[in-house]
Design a protein around this ligand. Structure first.
Ligand SMILES: Cc1cc2nc3c(=O)[nH]c(=O)nc-3n(C[C@H](O)[C@H](O)[C@H](O)COP(=O)(O)OP(=O)(O)OC[C@H]3O[C@@H](n4cnc5c(N)ncnc54)[C@H](O)[C@@H]3O)c2cc1C
Length: 328
């Protein structure tokens, strides 16, 4: 057990921090999969989060930050350490700027921006999770990504708060500096919008929502796409020659195309299912387990390796596999 009672007492002494022990992470992931966290800390404000961050560092406790749990695969063994979650969710308008705390639900920010006639986030309607998670993975949809609106991101390493300008966030397709510099916990961000007509923005969002709800029914236990799409220019020449021009979008080939050629649609293992209509969508069809989910992901990667000779890269993030036997 990595978190001793004395450490739990230190965390419990932090004002406003909610500290829970032995918490099933399956209750906090969209896949509904994952064993227990030794400790789960919910911080409602920056002060509590910063102190919790500093404490886990001082005590050298294994720790991980989560948001809405919509892009996570958590091990069946759980996480033997401290899971930190930032729940600050205030939102403030300053002209065409929205200042948003990282624990805000992205959809709430989308809805508010539409209501205020602020254009830029409407195509991200239906992406679940918190704003902090969206920045971490530079979430996006329909050709737009959140980085296009970001002016700055504030984050803490437990000792300092640093404001990262957009150019310092190293945003790329589904990437940001926060994926490599995990000591920084995102606290808040400034998003810059253009002005738009609320009715037009709402119509765009509604149309997108209808399409998305068919692909990802609201109750589906999944993480959206398992794999990132692949830049056409990064593919080996012999693979480029096989890809029909019609499937290339914004310079990328959907991973689903490769997976479909490799016969991935409809594969099942235990209660884990690859969608029959979308080869890059894997869901928990009952009481699925992380072991089966990871095994299916490995099988999908192997099929694409065998058929095309290159490696797909996961968009989903793993938690708790560091010490689990031979999973990832
Ligand atoms: C049905 C469905 C559809 C989806 N569609 C899309 C889509 O169209 N486009 C898209 O981009 N994604 C999509 N996703 C994936 C997911 O919703 C996004 O990646 C989302 O932004 C993750 O946010 P989260 O709060 O749930 O993060 P989590 O899943 O909780 O965490 C993801 C990662 O972010 C890190 N993180 C979270 N909060 C912080 C923080 N405050 N500071 C530092 N690191 C943090 C975590 O450590 C973890 O590594 C979809 C998921 C589902 C279930």
């Amino acid at each position: 057990m990595a978190v001793m009672p004395a450490a739990v007492n230190r965390l419990c002494a932090i004002p406003e921090l909610t500290v829970l022990v032995n918490v099933p992470l399956s209750d906090h992931t969209r896949f509904r999969i994952g064993g227990p966290a030794a400790v789960l800390c919910d911080a409602p404000d920056e002060s509590a989060l910063t102190q919790a961050r500093r404490t886990v560092q001082e005590l050298k406790l294994p720790n991980v930050v989560i948001g809405g749990g919509t892009n996570l695969i958590v091990s069946d063994f759980g996480f033997d350490g401290v899971v930190l979650r930032y729940k600050g969710s205030r939102l403030e308008r300053k002209g065409m700027l929205l200042q948003v705390e990282a624990g805000a639900v992205l959809q709430d920010v989308v809805d508010e921006s539409i209501r205020l006639g602020m254009k830029g986030l409407e195509t991200m309607t239906g992406i679940p999770g918190y704003v902090g998670g969206a920045i971490y993975g530079n979430a996006g949809a329909y050709g737009r990504s959140i980085n296009e609106l970001v002016e700055c991101v504030r984050a803490t390493d437990g000792r300092h708060v640093k404001a990262f300008r957009n150019s310092e966030c190293d945003f790329q397709y589904r990437e940001s500096i926060f994926k490599t510099r995990k000591e920084w916990v995102i606290l808040s961000l400034d998003l810059r919008f253009e002005s738009g007509d609320p009715g037009d923005l709402a119509n765009t969002a509604r149309e997108i929502r209808t399409i998305r709800d068919l692909k990802y029914p609201p109750q589906m236990k999944c993480a959206g796409s398992i794999f990132k799409n692949v830049f056409f220019d990064d593919l080996p020449e012999h693979v480029q020659a096989e890809v029909p021009g019609t499937v290339v979008r914004d310079g990328k080939v959907p991973s689903a195309w490769f997976l479909e050629q490799a016969g991935a649609k409809g594969i099942r293992r235990g209660d884990i299912q690859v969608a029959s209509y979308h080869a890059n969508l894997v869901y928990n069809d009952g009481a699925g387990e992380a072991a089966d989910l990871v095994a299916i992901i490995q099988e999908l990667k192997q099929r694409v390796r065998d058929r095309f000779g290159f490696e797909l890269e996961e968009e989903v993030q793993y938690v708790g596999f560091e010490h689990a036997p031979a999973l990832v």
